[in-house]
Design a protein around this ligand. Structure first.
Ligand SMILES: [Zn+2]
Ligand SMILES: [Zn+2]
Length: 298
């Protein structure tokens, strides 16, 4: 089903995956189903838009929406590693609109905003221009993970510091009686889960979680800042989460492998799934064996 660009006419809570690949983009026939773009998520609370992360998936988000975006956009960074920031200057319909305001929110730098870090990344010789040259107006806001973000329209988003090199920020959206938690990038702790994380995601209708590795792969990747789908299932069970979506997919994990992993995971938790790029999930309809993917256009 092809849907409109405004998925939440009824005031519901939806999530669209514009990029679900971790670390580096990939492309080719082995990645056609799950996609190769790095993290970018679109969250709609009714008409209210949030973007989480500016990985390479942000490009397709911009191409899809074109001018159909609010004049002011809130971009919530989980953190600033390159796979979460590399798409920012390529968000064309927003960046090249002189009327547009892009608020960036960064919570893993002791209260500092992303401005100085992005200024180092986007400057010659690493990038031909600085972000302040772009027509849109960027306003960079810093906060400390753990704080609740309160926006001028009264919308609130809860945050939590996650275990990742340089830290990362988890986000929780409560809207229309539904709860969505986005927990990536994170490496699980021992014991698992921590009481803080368990409380943060308690009762979520959908938990989006970093499942870059399998349990078999993890021992050789310990300390890299990522987790496994098995730990996602453990967290979901401990916190009475209704459905689980896995993102930050390893760049070497092909469609064939991910389909096998998904079947294995669904044997453990039938409402769990591996996120597919461009899939739109209506968080409000969860309760069936698997979140209803209401659109996946080309
Ligand atoms: Zn990452
Ligand atoms: Zn990272």
């Amino acid at each position: 089903m092809i849907m409109s660009n405004s998925p939440c006419q009824d005031g519901g809570l939806t999530l669209r995956f514009w990029g679900v690949r971790g670390s580096t983009p990939v492309c080719g026939s082995d990645y056609a189903e799950f996609g190769g773009s790095t993290p970018c998520l679109e969250v709609r609370c009714g008409e209210r838009l949030f973007l989480i992360d500016a990985g390479s998936g942000l490009f397709n988000c911009g191409q899809h929406h074109r001018a159909d975006l609010p004049k002011e956009i809130d971009l919530l960074f989980s953190h600033l590693h390159f796979d979460h920031t590399g798409g920012l200057p390529f968000f064309k319909p927003a960046v090249f609109d002189g009327e547009r305001v892009i608020n960036t929110w960064c919570g893993n730098l002791d209260g500092a905003s992303a401005e100085a870090s992005l200024g180092r990344l986007y400057a010659p010789p690493l990038f031909p221009v600085t972000l302040d040259i772009l027509p849109c107006q960027m306003k960079h806001h810093g906060f400390r993970a753990g704080e609740t973000l309160t926006f001028p329209d009264g919308m609130e988003v809860d945050t939590l510091l996650l275990n990742h090199p340089q830290g990362s920020v988890g986000y929780r959206f409560d809207h229309g009686g539904k709860r969505l938690c986005v927990i990536s990038d994170i490496e699980h702790s021992d014991p698992w889960p921590s009481p803080e994380l368990r409380a943060f995601v308690e009762g979520a209708d959908l938990l989006v979680y970093d499942g870059m590795f399998t349990d078999c792969e993890y021992p050789t990747c310990r300390g890299w800042g990522h987790s496994t789908w098995q730990k996602g299932v453990e967290l979901a069970r401990a916190a009475n989460v209704k459905a689980l979506g896995i993102i930050h997919l390893h760049p070497a994990h092909t469609d064939a492998m991910l389909r096998r992993v998904e079947a294995e995971m669904q044997a453990e938790m039938p409402t769990a799934f591996i996120a597919r790029e461009r899939a739109l999930v209506d968080v409000g309809t969860i309760g069936t064996p698997r979140p209803r993917v209401v659109a996946r256009s080309a």
